[in-house]
Design a protein around this ligand. Structure first.
Ligand SMILES: Cc1cc2nc3c(=O)[nH]c(=O)nc-3n(C[C@H](O)[C@H](O)[C@H](O)COP(=O)(O)OP(=O)(O)OC[C@H]3O[C@@H](n4cnc5c(N)ncnc54)[C@H](O)[C@@H]3O)c2cc1C
Length: 413
């Protein structure tokens, strides 16, 4: 019988089950039947330098089928781009960070990351419970009980000390446990696609804050770039459906001519954006992680990095808990997790929602003042703090972010 059951076969569930397989507890992993779909070949994830160290330590980085693209420069602009105006072009992306000793982050296609995680978990000490969906979560005698339905409609149950819910933003576990959330109204939708740029991107990541929402381009191999373009929801649907030439022109106009003409290279996906805050991502015998615990605006590419922090911090807590002779579902695990995740998750949620509101949805006067702030920031010492945070691991100290597994506990497995 497992001590811990991790639920969810997305990027968070696979990575969390793999991470917790390095704890002294027995781990099982529940996954629905879900082949990697075409959308995951278009979506990318920006993994921070600390996240890379963690995925290397877990043996995932080495299994990536193609090398991730390092981000060496991060360039930020605010306001409409004026194409063709030399003076404007020169200061178009006025705020700039250069990497120092190592790239601050890496861009990985989601499909590549998912396959590497799937292959690595097969070699890990994890009991797979595949092709099952969790229908309900209850507690009896201080243990969690999960009711499962398999792909053929059969039912099953599993009991454990601790459930780690990585079942995404519509989490069944969160609802079953009655955990409260505050979701902002859905006003914006992201258009996600791969594009190619006329000029070399030189491993720079770009973000332009526009009145309608930020437009971001992340560097990939072969001068491809991953586009995440936030728009009011009706506009996003219009840009998803419009003629390709019209899309290319609109995208180039919105981004500006820093990289020359931008050309669509994939289908266009749309992603409804609804940042969601959860004050307490725990309940008796249950911890939520990844999008089940926090959904943030994708403008800073930090959603999955938060999930990496959830798992890395939880592993450290569980190793300490085992050393104290306590079960994985002990109350102290829940309180420690809550306290240790509060700062990073809260800071990232506030920063991403705040930046989007400040630059995208405020009246012009206010965003002009914000633009002034951005120019000042470019010359202030606070700038280096931003790149340190973007590199990850600062607000969530954990062994895996330092590139090592927790040491000094006796392994039971
Ligand atoms: C446009 C966009 C761009 C982004 N870019 C970045 C980026 O560059 N960097 C970054 O760090 N983050 C980024 N993010 C955030 C990141 O993509 C998400 O945080 C991450 O994918 C969430 O993964 P997850 O596994 O938590 O959730 P999901 O991917 O939603 O997975 C949930 C899993 O749970 C399973 N499940 C659900 N219910 C049940 C059930 N009842 N029983 C069993 N299984 C169940 C589902 O089948 C699925 O496998 C971006 C997000 C968006 C929208």
């Amino acid at each position: 019988m497992p001590d811990i059951v991790v639920v969810g076969g997305g990027l968070t569930g696979l990575m969390t089950a793999l991470t917790l397989s390095h704890s002294p507890y027995q781990v099982a992993h529940i996954q629905r039947h879900q082949p990697i779909d075409g959308g995951e070949t278009i979506r990318t994830t920006t993994v921070s330098a600390a996240g890379k160290r963690m995925l290397e330590t877990l043996g995932v980085w080495q299994r990536l089928a193609t090398p991730p693209t390092p981000i060496q420069t991060l360039k930020v602009a605010d306001g409409e781009a004026t194409i063709g105006t030399r003076a404007r072009r020169g200061k178009a992306f006025g705020l700039e960070w250069q990497d120092r000793d190592e790239p601050m982050a890496f861009v990985v296609p989601n499909a590549t990351l998912l396959s590497a995680l799937e292959r690595q978990i097969q070699a890990a000490a994890v009991t797979p419970l595949i092709d099952r969906t969790v229908a309900d979560f209850t507690i009896a005698n201080n243990r969690a009980n999960l009711s499962l339905i398999d792909d053929k409609g059969g039912t099953d149950e599993v009991t454990c000390d601790l459930v780690v819910g990585c079942d995404g933003r519509n989490s069944t576990l969160r609802k079953s446990a009655g955990i409260r959330q505050h979701a902002l109204p859905h006003k914006q939708t992201a258009v996600v696609a791969l594009i190619s740029a006329e000029r070399p991107h030189q491993n720079a990541a770009f973000q332009r804050f526009l009145g309608s929402g930020p437009i971001a381009l992340m560097p990939m191999d072969n001068n491809l770039m991953s586009l995440v373009w936030t728009l009011p929801k009706q506009e996003a649907l219009r840009y998803q459906a419009c003629d390709v030439n019209a899309f290319d022109k609109a995208c180039t106009k919105a981004f500006g001519d820093e990289l020359g003409f931008l050309t669509l290279q994939s289908d266009r996906l749309v992603w409804p954006l609804q940042p969601t805050f959860i004050a307490n991502p725990t309940a008796d015998n249950l911890i939520l992680a990844g999008d089940a615990a926090h959904v943030i605006h994708p403008l800073a590419g930090q959603g999955y990095n938060l999930a990496l922090g959830d798992a890395a911090v939880l592993l450290d807590i569980l190793c300490d808990t085992f050393a104290r002779g306590l079960p994985a579902g002990h109350l102290s695990v829940l309180t420690d997790y809550r306290q240790k995740r509060r700062l990073e998750v809260g800071a990232m949620s506030l920063t991403t929602t705040g930046l989007d509101a400040l630059f995208s949805r405020m009246p012009t006067g206010v965003s002009k003042i914000a633009g002034l702030g951005m120019n000042l920031l470019n010359r202030s010492p606070a700038k280096s703090a931003f790149s340190t945070i973007a590199s990850g691991g600062t607000l969530a100290p954990a062994n895996l972010f330092a590139g090592r597994l927790p040491q000094g506990y006796r392994h039971r497995k």
